[in-house]
Design a protein around this ligand. Structure first.
Ligand SMILES: [Zn+2]
Length: 136
């Protein structure tokens, strides 16, 4: 698999370290700051990637799932520390959303978080679908 220009595997994980992942990301990242009911409570900043640009390294057995509303999204939390470092988003069920706050080198990356109106999900959700499309 070839990565997009400038993309590198960047590691992250939950607070206690049980859950560890890598996502192939450029140094300059456009993220989404969603105002929906669950994101506004958890402070999750979305970095959405295609399936092939995410890999779980450790902690699959420590994850617990939470679903609500349509049940499409699978919110994944570490059972030990409670942190949601990544999950399967409703907007991109063919990809993953990584929490920008959980990337090891978040401070070294140029992350721009654009507001996303997830509170009005039916109107805006489809606008994010392209983010999980595999590069041709
Ligand atoms: Zn943890």
């Amino acid at each position: 698999m070839s990565l997009a220009a400038g993309a590198e595997w960047r590691a992250g994980g939950c607070h206690c370290g049980a859950v560890r992942f890598e996502a192939a990301l450029p140094a300059k990242i456009l993220a989404q700051d969603c105002n929906c009911s669950v994101c506004s409570m958890t402070g999750f900043i979305h970095v959405i990637v295609p399936e092939s640009r995410f890999r779980l390294l450790a902690g699959e057995d420590r994850l617990t799932a939470y679903r609500f509303n349509t049940g499409t999204a699978t919110h994944l939390f570490c059972q030990v520390c409670g942190v949601k470092s990544f999950y399967r988003p409703r907007s991109n069920p063919d990809g993953w959303s990584v929490n920008a706050r959980c990337l090891d080198d978040a401070a070294a990356l140029a992350i721009t978080a654009a507001p996303f109106d997830g509170r009005d999900w039916e109107r805006h959700g489809a606008a994010l679908a392209y983010l999980s499309k595999e590069a041709p």
